[in-house]
Design a protein around this ligand. Sequence first.
Ligand code: FAD
Length: 241
Amino acid sequence: MPKVVTKLIARNEVAEGTMAFALDRPTTFDFRAGQYMVVVLPDPPHTDAEGNRRVFSIASPPQDTTRLLLATRMTGTALKRSLAEVPLGTPVDLSGPGGDFVLHADASRPAVFIAGGIGITPFRSMLQDAVSRHLPHRITLIYSNRTPEGAAFHEEFARLAQTHANLTYVPTMTQADKARQPWGGERRHLNADFLRSHIAEIAASIFYLAGPPGLVAAVTKAVSEAGVDPAHVRSEEFAGY
Ligand SMILES: Cc1cc2nc3c(=O)[nH]c(=O)nc-3n(C[C@H](O)[C@H](O)[C@H](O)COP(=O)(O)OP(=O)(O)OC[C@H]3O[C@@H](n4cnc5c(N)ncnc54)[C@H](O)[C@@H]3O)c2cc1C
């Protein structure tokens, strides 16, 4: 994987306990929507046994030529505290891209994206890419969080679905009773019944699952119980959560 030096150019909170960090995009860094990058913060102000290197899916689309966005849950580890504190302009080592978690070419097959929490990052890139390129794929995004406040990019997906007939957005908030804002949508956990009630063409669809390993394992079981052919399932586990 080629390595380049870039820098941190922006950061902001995108949900409760979740921050996005923008890196200056080197002109030589090409990637496909859904791929990841490897980020090293040299000489961080905080250190711990987990080190200063992490893998992050690229949350911005390839059409954004100026920056590479990553989004992460602020778990309190030294690297994440360092990223939140260092001055903008701080150098960051970047390698990549990596991975083949990318949208299938055959548009006659619908795509079902299923994200748990921060597993949304590759899908944000893939959705914006699909919109930019006017791809004909029918896409359903199922996004599970505890509360709306903790769901990064939730409003953005709701808006996108309103204006793009090919996109269906199904957020579920499994602890909506603990939310500050009212929630009138889905609250169920992702199981086979949930999938059957929201996906019209289960047999024809290609499924993409992303999130913490426990979530990916649970959804893999659910899609299997819903009758999905394992050959139609692709997953990205965010090891480390
Ligand atoms: C393909 C891919 C894409 C990812 N995309 C994102 C993303 O978009 N946003 C995000 O927040 N996180 C993402 N992650 C997870 C991310 O790399 C971190 O592990 C996670 O954010 C937890 O980091 P931490 O500092 O909070 O926790 P920590 O507990 O400190 O865990 C992170 C440390 O443990 C290591 N680690 C632990 N278990 C494993 C394992 N099974 N395999 C390899 N290394 C392990 C990590 O390399 C790292 O050093 C992704 C992981 C992968 C593999």
